[in-house]
Ligand binder design. Structure first.
Ligand code: NAG
Ligand code: NAG
Length: 603
């Protein structure tokens, strides 16, 4: 026969998180109208149901059915303050443990799920809203989640706001409607993702200008949260002058005065307490970290790892549970792990592959490559790692293989046209480019492309010069080939390949010849780290900016070396571990909407 749910079995099932209930049976009972013992009435619409099922689903119903002395035998319960459509959803959820969530109903559903205290339904709505997070709605969702205590969603939405702040200020209408406290909560965060403070300054101006009369008095308080140093503030005055849209002279004047006042305050403060001035201007946390891993120093390989914080412009040593020293390896960051592939130490050529978990800070060995690959080229494309060429101790390789992360498995690819050891590779527009290298006889001028769609290598236009031990990276729609060794000299020349034209063009030279350095791009800049000039390994680091076609020196790494490999980590929950140490005394608490929820989210 059919099982009847008793109160005690209900409690038992609640404790088991409802895992063992056969909801199909319950639903059948409802549809057959068997054992129905309650009617929920909403706005004249009646929903017959089972008390026990509703009790299991929501404490609201448990209280409703048990608290009142007359409720024991009562059959019909009228519930105000909810629409019949929403009650239908709640009851369907009680029986099916799921309901169709849509952009139209998600917000309302979250509100009633909260009202009726149904964790499963709250989670369903939260997950849906999270999947819809975008510039248009993230502020609304953040407020909604806060209001209805969806902590995880709130945190995700808030992180989204911090991370996309630059675009948000440019595109979001919701941004202009933030309250003063809400804006403060955002701009005082260390982990606000902005490349420089003028973006924060401009955001404040834009927000004030939206309602100048009400907001201009808040300017000074807001400017205190912009991490200005005196040396920057003159720029801001210039900035204001160029604000064409500020037609109102009087208003423009009042902003000027506030700025002058602030500059004066900053001047007084900085001359009185230089250390305070520093901490006021202390930089925000970076969103990405550049890693320099391993390499060759003097006559030994090293396992040193250093992390570059581009906001603070500081290198920091990464302490980690050690991996063995290696050089001439390749590294990539993919799905939260740093993979280190191939390379060698003083005796062995490696087929070893290790991965580093930057959150737990531990190393783990994964499946080895088929061939030993020292001087290997490594890239990642669509979450698949590719290892190409190299030297196995006997010959230079033209073979290549790819690694499936889920299966922890390497499979061979078609071979390249040339044997390439000490080449370098990059991915651009879903294709892999590998350039130069040493074949065992020649320093290579050739380059080739692999298209995973057709599983095929083809040669492209050769470079202007042979390059072995070069750096190759994709940067702003081109493939850059940087430095290297042509068989006679270390090179400081740079060229870039445009796949649309199939041509190489000359780029500003680095002006210091180098081979076997680390190369990466981060936040629209191209970095080269360390290397070898034919006499010695060095520690200098530079970046190239395509905007002005110029190279610029940045601070040295601590451990000078060549044959290192670089990769960029982003989106880590513990980015502080890798960033420069900061004064965290002002570390803000989370976004707290100050106003009653008064508008709709744009899901
Ligand atoms: C700040 O960053 C923006 C966007 O990247 C850039 O346009 C601007 O020139 C930068 N300002 C300064 C002072 O570096
Ligand atoms: C950086 O390193 C280079 C060589 O590796 C050295 O000549 C130079 O003095 C270093 N610069 C600083 C500021 O330490």
């Amino acid at each position: 026969g059919k099982k009847k749910l008793t109160t005690s079995s209900c409690r038992f099932l609640m404790e088991r998180k409802l895992g063992a209930v056969d909801y199909n049976v319950l639903n059948e009972l409802r549809l057959e109208r068997s054992f129905l013992d309650v009617v929920i009435s909403v706005n004249g619409v009646e929903f017959p149901a089972h008390k026990n099922v509703l009790c299991c689903s929501s404490p609201y119903f448990r209280t409703l059915f048990s608290n009142r002395c007359d409720s024991k035998d009562k059959k019909i319960f009228t519930i105000p303050g909810i629409s019949p459509e929403m009650m239908e959803m709640i009851i369907t959820f009680a029986y099916n443990q799921t309901v169709p969530v849509t952009s139209e109903n998600a917000e309302q559903l979250l509100v009633v799920a909260h009202q009726f205290n149904i964790p499963g339904l709250i989670r369903l709505c939260s997950n849906f809203l999270e999947s819809r997070l975008c510039l248009r709605n993230c502020i609304g969702i953040c407020k909604l989640a806060y209001h209805y205590c969806c902590l995880e969603l709130h945190l995700k939405a808030f992180r989204f706001i911090l991370h996309q702040f630059e675009d948000l200020v440019r595109e979001s209408e919701e941004f202009l409607l933030l309250s003063f406290t809400e804006l403060c909560d955002i701009i005082e965060r260390d982990d606000l993702n902005v490349r420089n403070e003028s973006l924060v300054f401009n955001a404040v101006m834009k927000w004030i200008y939206h309602q100048p009369e009400d907001r201009k008095s808040l300017l000074r308080k807001l400017l205190l949260k912009v991490r200005l140093a005196l040396r920057d503030s003159e720029n801001f005055l210039e900035n204001i002058r160029s604000y064409e849209h500020m037609r109102n002279k009087e208003y423009k004047m009042s902003i000027y005065i506030a700025l002058l006042q602030m500059i004066y305050d900053l001047g007084v403060k900085e001359s009185a307490t230089p250390h305070l001035a520093c901490s006021m201007a202390h930089s925000r946390l970076p969103n990405s970290i550049l890693l320099a891993i391993g390499g060759w120093r003097g006559s030994n390989p090293t396992n040193a790892i250093e992390a570059y914080d581009a906001r603070a412009k500081v290198w920091r040593e990464v302490l980690h549970e050690e991996d063995s020293p290696r050089a001439y390896h390749g590294t990539v960051f993919v799905k939260g792990y740093v993979y280190v592939i191939g390379g060698c130490d003083k005796v062995k050529f490696y087929n070893r592959v290790c991965r580093y978990d930057p959150v737990q800070r531990v190393w783990q060995e994964v499946a080895p490559t088929h061939s030993r690959r020292c001087y290997v080229s490594v890239v990642v494309l669509n979450d698949v790692i590719y290892a190409m060429g190299g030297f196995d101790g006997y010959t230079r390789l033209k073979t290549a293989e790819k690694y499936n992360l889920e299966k922890n498995q390497w499979t061979l690819l078609p071979s390249m046209n040339d044997r390439r050891s000490d080449a370098s590779a990059a991915t651009l527009h879903r294709k892999i480019y590998i350039c130069g290298g040493f074949s065992g006889e020649d320093y290579l001028i050739t380059a080739e492309v692999f298209n995973p769609k057709v599983n095929q290598w083809s040669l492209i236009t050769p470079m202007s010069t042979p390059r072995s031990g070069l750096g190759v990276v994709a940067y702003k729609d081109e493939v850059y080939a940087v430095g290297g060794f042509d068989g006679l000299n270390r090179l400081d020349t740079v060229e870039a390949y445009n796949p649309l034209t199939g041509l190489w063009r000359t780029v500003s030279s680095m002006s210091t010849p180098r081979s076997n350095f680390g190369i990466e791009t981060m936040e629209d800049l191209l970095y080269v780290v360390g290397g070898y000039d034919g006499f010695t390994t060095f520690a200098t680091v530079k970046y190239y900016n395509k905007e002005n076609d110029k190279w610029k020196d940045i601070p040295n790494i601590t451990v000078d070396r060549s044959a290192l490999s670089c990769c960029v980590m982003s989106g880590l929950p513990n980015i502080q571990t890798y960033a420069a140490a900061r004064d965290t005394s002002g570390y803000g608490i989370c976004f707290r909407p100050s106003e009653k929820l008064s508008y709709k989210t744009n899901v």
